[in-house]
Write a protein that binds this ligand. Structure first.
Ligand code: HAM
Length: 426
C-alpha cells in the first residue's frame, strides 16, 4: 500500500530541476520566436466536455476511441482530460467571439496533454505540448509562414530535423478518394487487423495510422490522397510549396502522411528526428478549416501545429540544455554567528537589488561551505569572517581562476549588476 503511494502512475513522471533546464531553454526560445510572428498566449482548461474532443478530433480516431482519460464529474457531466489543445483553442476562439477581431488571430499555448497510450520511448500518458493556432486565412503563404516558424524553432535550438509535408485534400476531393479506398480495403479484409477492418467501414483514412505489422503490406499498396486532389486543393498545395521554396525551406513530400486526427484538410506536416526511434515525430500540424463548424461555430479557416516537448528535449544538444542550468553567481560563506547575521543582511540587500545569491544554513565550517559552493558551481564566493566583519568589507573569490579581492557591499552590488548586464549570469 505504502509503496504504491510513493510511485507515480505509469506513463507519467516527475520532471526534476536538472531535466527542466532544457525545457526552459525550449520554452523561452519558443516564446521569443512566437512573439516575432505575432502569436499571443492563451490558456484553456485542462478538462473539457468529452463531446468537444469526440466531435472535434473524430470518433473513429485512436485518440477518441482508445486513449482519452474520461470520467463523470460530480455534476454527472462526461469530462475528458485534454488529449490535445486544438479543439479547446477553437472552442475558446468561438466562445470568446475572437472571430470578430480583424486580421489573423494568432494564439499559442504551453501545457500538459493526456493520452492513455502504450508506454514507449518518447511516448508518455501525460506529455507536454507547445502549440500555435492561426485563425482567419487560408492563404498558402500563412501555411508556409507557420512551417517556417516551426523550423526556426528547431534551428535556434540546434535540433537537426526533417520536414515532411502533404496535402490531405478537402471534404470534396476526399469523397471520391475514400470511396476508392473503401473498395480496396473491403477486398483486403482478411489481411487487416480487427481495428482496420472496422476502419475500412467507418473512417478508412485512419487505416494509415495503423502501427500493426500485419497491415503494413496492404497500407503500402493503397493509393494516396495526393493523386485525388481537386483543382483547388492541388493549386493550394502547389502554392504552399512555392512559398516554401521561396523561403529556402527544404522539405520532403510524404504522400502517406494523413495525421491521426480527423480535422485536417489540405496542408498536413510533421517534423521528424532521426535520433528518436519509433516515436520520431517532434512536431505535427496542419490546416483545419472546417473544425469550427464541426463544433458549432462559424466557418473559420485555420492552421497550426504542436511540438512534443518531451521529445524535443530528448534531442536538444547538451550545450543548449546546460545553458538553462541554474548556477548561483554568488555563494555567501560565513564563519561564526555574527558573520551569519551579516550574511543574512547582505543576501537580503542583494536580492532587493535584483541580484541572486545562495546562502547555506547548516552552519558548517568555511571549508565545508567552499566545498558546497564548488559542488553547485557558484561563480563567486563572498567570504565573511571576523576580519571582514571588523573592516565592513568582504573578500570575494572568483572560482574560475581563484583570484580574490576586497569589496564593500556597494561595490559588490555594482560588480554583480555589471555582470548581469554583460549577460554573464545564468
Ligand atoms: P499530434 O501529432 O497528435 O498533433 O501531436 C503533436 C506532437 O505531440 C507529436 O508530434 C509529438 O511530438 C507529441 N506527442 C503526441 N503524443 C505524445 C505522447 N503520447 N507522448 C509524447 N509526446 C507526444 C496534435 O496534437 C495537434 N493538436 C497539433 C495541431 C495543432 N494541429 C493543428 N494545430
Amino acid at each position: 500500500m505504502a509503496e504504491s503511494l510513493i510511485n507515480n502512475l505509469p506513463g507519467t513522471r516527475d520532471l526534476l530541476p536538472e531535466e527542466l533546464a532544457g525545457w526552459h531553454v525550449v520554452e523561452d526560445c519558443a516564446r521569443r520566436i512566437f512573439r516575432q510572428y505575432g502569436f499571443l498566449e492563451i490558456r484553456t482548461p485542462i478538462i473539457e466536455s468529452t463531446e468537444l474532443f469526440a466531435r472535434g478530433i473524430g470518433e473513429d480516431t485512436d485518440i477518441v476511441g482508445k486513449e482519452m482519460y474520461t470520467f463523470q464529474d460530480r455534476g454527472d457531466r462526461s469530462v475528458t482530460l485534454r488529449p490535445e489543445a486544438t479543439a479547446s483553442v477553437v472552442r475558446a476562439y468561438i466562445q470568446n467571439t475572437l472571430y470578430r477581431e480583424s486580421g489573423i488571430t494568432k494564439l499559442c499555448y504551453f501545457g500538459p496533454m493526456f493520452r492513455y497510450e502504450k508506454k514507449q520511448k518518447g511516448r508518455w500518458r501525460q506529455f507536454y505540448q507547445i502549440g500555435v493556432e492561426a485563425f482567419g486565412s487560408d492563404h498558402p503563404a500563412l501555411d508556409a509562414e507557420i512551417i517556417e516558424m516551426a523550423l526556426r524553432l528547431m534551428d535556434s535550438l540546434g535540433v537537426q530535423a526533417k520536414l515532411l509535408i502533404n496535402s490531405v485534400g478537402c471534404r470534396k476531393c476526399r469523397t471520391e478518394y475514400t470511396k476508392q479506398l473503401r473498395q480496396i480495403l473491403q477486398s483486403e479484409l482478411e489481411n487487416l487487423c480487427d481495428d482496420c477492418r472496422r476502419r475500412a467501414d467507418t473512417n478508412c483514412l485512419r487505416v494509415f495510422d495503423c502501427k500493426i505489422e500485419r497491415c503494413r503490406p496492404v497500407i503500402g499498396k493503397l493509393p494516396v490522397i495526393a493523386e485525388s486532389l481537386c483543382d483547388e486543393c492541388s493549386g493550394h498545395f502547389s502554392s504552399v510549396k512555392t512559398y516554401l521554396d521561396g523561403a529556402g525551406i527544404a522539405y520532403e513530400i510524404a504522400p502517406g502522411l494523413v495525421r491521426g486526427l480527423d480535422y485536417y484538410v489540405r496542408t498536413a506536416f510533421e517534423i521528424v528526428s532521426g535520433d528518436l526511434g519509433a516515436q520520431n515525430a517532434i512536431l505535427g500540424g496542419g490546416r483545419y478549416d472546417g473544425l469550427s463548424e464541426v463544433i458549432g461555430g462559424p466557418p473559420v479557416q485555420a492552421i497550426g501545429f504542436a511540438v512534443g516537448l518531451d521529445r524535443l528535449t530528448m534531442v536538444l544538444p547538451e550545450e543548449k540544455r546546460e545553458s538553462g542550468m541554474w548556477k548561483p553567481d554568488l555563494f555567501i560563506a560565513y564563519k561564526g554567528d555574527a558573520a551569519f547575521q551579516k550574511a543574512l543582511h547582505i543576501a537580503r540587500e542583494l536580492r532587493r537589488l535584483q541580484q541572486s545569491c545562495y546562502l547555506d544554513f547548516s552552519a558548517g565550517s568555511l571549508k565545508r561551505q567552499m566545498r558546497l559552493a564548488n559542488k553547485i558551481d557558484a561563480a563567486h564566493v563572498l567570504i565573511i569572517g571576523d576580519d571582514e566583519l571588523a573592516r565592513d568589507s568582504y573578500t570575494i573569490k572568483k572560482m574560475e581562476d581563484s583570484s580574490q579581492w576586497e569589496v564593500t557591499l556597494e561595490e559588490l552590488a555594482q560588480y554583480l549588476q555589471a555582470r548581469g548586464k554583460q549577460g554573464k549570469v545564468r
